[in-house]
Design a protein around this ligand. Structure first.
Ligand SMILES: [Zn+2]
Length: 152
């Protein structure tokens, strides 16, 4: 159960608990009007700020209201995945697309589904990001020993 605060357009504020963040917002207890979730005193999944997901996910879910259970499960999985991701990578909070790569040259600027991969790699390299592997230039192959021999 997740505890939420709700408010209606008439300014009535009340508190209610939902089975999950995907449940419909209840009607106002006093006037029966539509309500919106207010910032909750209980954070979901320990994330510091779960606001954007609460604003976006339930609205997306409403589009599937009465739809098939697979769609709901799909959104549920996405939300769980994203929340875990945000705990480890708070910088991802603003972009909900799945992350394809976030290490190496994509550290700090993850590659996401829908990105132009070629352009993304070019941008990351151009901005100074380096791959982990070090390419040895041909000049570096001369060891001190061989240099010493060549000067003799
Ligand atoms: Zn009301």
């Amino acid at each position: 159960m997740i505890l939420y605060d709700f408010g209606c357009e008439q300014g009535h504020v009340f508190e209610a608990s939902l089975e999950s963040m995907f449940d419909n917002d209840p009607a106002c207890l006093r006037c029966g009007g539509a309500t919106r979730r207010r910032p909750s005193r209980v954070n979901i999944g320990g994330a510091a700020d779960a606001g954007p997901s609460r604003e976006q996910m339930p609205q997306s879910w409403r589009a599937t209201h009465g739809g098939d259970p697979d769609t709901v499960r799909h959104w549920h999985r996405l939300a769980e995945k994203r929340e875990k991701l945000e705990e480890r990578h708070p910088e991802l909070a603003g972009d909900r697309r799945p992350v394809l790569a976030h290490e190496g040259i994509f550290q700090g600027a993850p590659l996401r589904a829908g990105d132009d991969i070629g352009a993304a790699v070019h941008d990351r390299l151009a901005s100074g990001a380096r791959p982990h592997s070090h390419v040895v230039a041909s000049d570096d192959r001369n060891t001190p020993a061989t240099r010493k021999e060549s000067t003799l």
